[in-house]
Ligand binder design. Sequence first.
Ligand code: XMP
Ligand code: MG
Length: 179
Amino acid sequence: MGTDLKSVLITEEEINAKLAELAAEVDAEYAGKDLLIIGVLKGAVMVMADLARALSTPVTMDWMAVSSYGAGTQSSGVVRILKDLDTDIKGRHVLIVEDIIDSGLTLSWLLSNLGSREPASLNVCTLLRKPEAAKVAIDVKWVGFDIPNEFVVGYGLDYAEKYRNLPFVGTLAPHVYGG
Ligand code: XMP
Ligand code: MG
């Protein structure tokens, strides 16, 4: 793995500390409420697992898998549901948990899709966000880290399905993706 990575952007310790902060804010927001957290597969698996365990609020968990249509590595904004929720979210307090917001197109679509199902509330918590890559403005209540517009891997994020199991977030060496 060593030479495939250019640098460690966010360490395991930094991630854990940030998730503890975010969990305290989520706990405060949803005190006394029945919270459903929704993870977007596959990238959000690690954030879901660690954020959920840092929460004191009892939660139920569900998962969605979506994919962007279109060629290339850039999100098109046209999204297809690969796996829908098992849960009816009407009247529920829903928190979408994301690994990363890049252009924002996927999340923007997801928010309008889930919003149309009439949840009692709908918020977003993302570990990472790339402000310079934003193509649409999205109201994201909780952001772990704003990061530079570089391709990152680890902690759920992949390049060609690899590196998801790294416990930290790193940037890839250009030779790995042919740069
Ligand atoms: P958009 O552009 O719609 O994209 O906000 C969101 C999804 O694209 C993936 N993505 C990444 N995956 N490293 C990754 O491993 C990255 O730097 C990266 N940027 C975007 C990710 O699946 C995200 O949910
Ligand atoms: Mg994702």
